[in-house]
Design a protein. Structure first.
Length: 201
């Protein structure tokens, strides 16, 4: 998505409504100077909204930094989607968690379809969904997890908006790039740090 201006006040007016979920996620490798900005965004979003819930993937790097800001205000408003039960358990401070291995993916065709579009793991997705678990198919769980973060599953609602921390020198690669593509294909608006940095005091 282009980095079109979006004022923070306008974002809150549009999205701070009961049931809305904002996805906060990005690259594992965060520039040292950027790290405090990610935590600041999580804090600013949580402190200035009344209804918003926040969703992350419990990964190191951007996910953890965003989550730290949210939990500093209200951990109960943070939910994490895990690639498997127990993932980074010691670092999970969220009010609620959902592990991919508790979702019946055979009943979630849209999640499977969108995950297959990630070329790097397309063949592994089918093997994972069919029940194969090994060192290779575990890679598929991360892409499936990223898809669930956007689309939701069963009782988990679809994200209403997403804020990303991307590598602007090599944008839209890996799991972050996949998640952005899922947002685009499913009409979930999103911004990256070129926009949300302007929301910080």
């Amino acid at each position: 998505m282009d980095a079109k201006p979006l004022e923070f006040a306008a974002f809150l007016r549009e999205y701070d409504r009961p049931g809305n979920v904002v996805l906060l996620e990005g690259k594992r490798n965060v520039k040292p100077d950027d790290a405090p900005l990610l935590t600041a965004l999580g804090r600013v979003l949580a402190a200035n909204s009344r209804y918003l819930l926040f969703r992350s993937g419990n990964a190191a790097g951007a996910d953890a930094l965003f989550a730290a800001g949210v939990t500093a205000v209200d951990a109960s408003r943070l939910q994490v989607i895990l690639p498997y039960t127990g993932h980074r358990k010691a670092y999970n401070q969220a009010g609620s968690s959902l592990a991919l291995d508790t979702i019946n993916l055979t009943e979630e065709p849209q999640i499977v379809y969108e995950s297959r579009l990630h070329k790097g793991t397309a063949s592994l997705i089918d093997r994972y969904v069919s029940g194969t678990r090994n060192a290779y198919t575990i890679k598929a769980s991360y892409i499936l997890r990223d898809t669930v973060k956007v689309l939701g599953a069963a009782e988990l609602p679809k994200a209403a908006f997403a804020c990303f921390y991307d590598d602007l020198d090599a944008p839209r690669q890996g799991g972050t790039g996949h998640t952005m593509a899922v947002c685009e294909r499913n009409d979930v608006p999103f911004v990256d740090q070129r926009i949300w940095i302007q929301w910080l005091p």
